[in-house]
Design a protein around this ligand. Sequence first.
Ligand SMILES: *Cc1c(COP(=O)(O)O)cnc(C)c1O
Length: 404
Amino acid sequence: MTATVSTTSTFYASVRQQLDDIKASGLYKTERIIASPQGSQIRTADGKEVINLCANNYLGLSSHPEVIAAAGEALSQRGFGLSSVRFICGTQDIHKELEQRLSRFLGTEDTILYGSAFDANGGLFESLLDAQDAIISDELNHASIIDGIRLSKAKRFRYKNNDMADLRLQLQAAREDGARFVLVFTDGVFSMDGSIAKLDEMRSICDEFGALLGVDDCHSTGFLGATGRGTHEHHGVFGTIDLITGTLGKALGGASGGFTSGRSEVISLLRQKSRPYLFSNTIAPAIAGASIKVLDLLEADTSMRDKLENNAKHFRSGLEKLGFDLKPGSHPIIPVMVYDADKAQELSRRLLELGVYVIGFFYPVVPKGQARIRVQISAQHTTEQLNLAIAAFAKAGTDLGILK
Ligand SMILES: *Cc1c(COP(=O)(O)O)cnc(C)c1O
């Protein structure tokens, strides 16, 4: 190979080439611009009002009046920003209060806040495990878990999605390999399928092998389980999970911020060692104040998570009756299987014309030939909005020959 002399102009040409390649392969992502608050109905930049079925706004708290008021109160009482990482001068009373409230909500001893769940996962594994240890990860785990595991020196093992027999094999392999500490880590809910990790079985398998169990509950905290505590409550293993990571950016108000929750000595060690905590800014006071209000609302009663559950059931049965092929489940993520990537894109385009905003997902986000529309239901949707959306699905599905 002859070495070509690199110049800045060839660098920029190479960047443009990559962009062209992404476009040519049909994988170029564009962003639709919203000109209203987040909600069950939104206004796009061209002035169109559409029913929104693609936000992680599960409980409708993104623009809830009490949450906005609490954010405003924290903004005026504690200021806009802290201009500091936590350990220098970035910790207010409300940051500590939020950590305690999250611990109580999740059934853990202590919680550490991060700028995002991506950072929580990024700063987790490297801080707790080293080359003598092993991490066993579900093959469908979120990108932030994969990256976080990559940053640690622990040996990596991977098991097939939600496959308990394979998990056992990987645990055996890790033990035979002489691992000192073994951590099994999973998404609580797999976001493309809406399927739920079998945390109850996983807990007992991990106990058999003396392994720690961790879960990233970003798509569950706030609404899964009878009182919305998450996947551990859903599966009857509340209070038994070693590590829980989560986000403030989905059901819990949807602003931004993340956390890791668990035993107090573990959280204390993370405060000493976790790089995204030590070297990145503290969350804004308005987010801390609003998140405390969110937990007040969720602990007061279960009306929002109950409404979400009923809405998801209503929508699921509506689409099933029409003859759509859905991934089975009970989570408010409802994947409508289209299989063909072009068809999925056509369906989402047609639905937008009909006033329903949904996104089609296809390879490489999901396996080849498994293209789908991912519907996400919110507690904020009215029955009328859901029925309008079901009718739009009926029309678009018939127009495109998906429904017979
Ligand atoms: C959304 C999500 C994240 C990232 O959360 P942020 O707080 O936005 O960084 C991490 N893990 C899982 C499983 C997620 O769904």
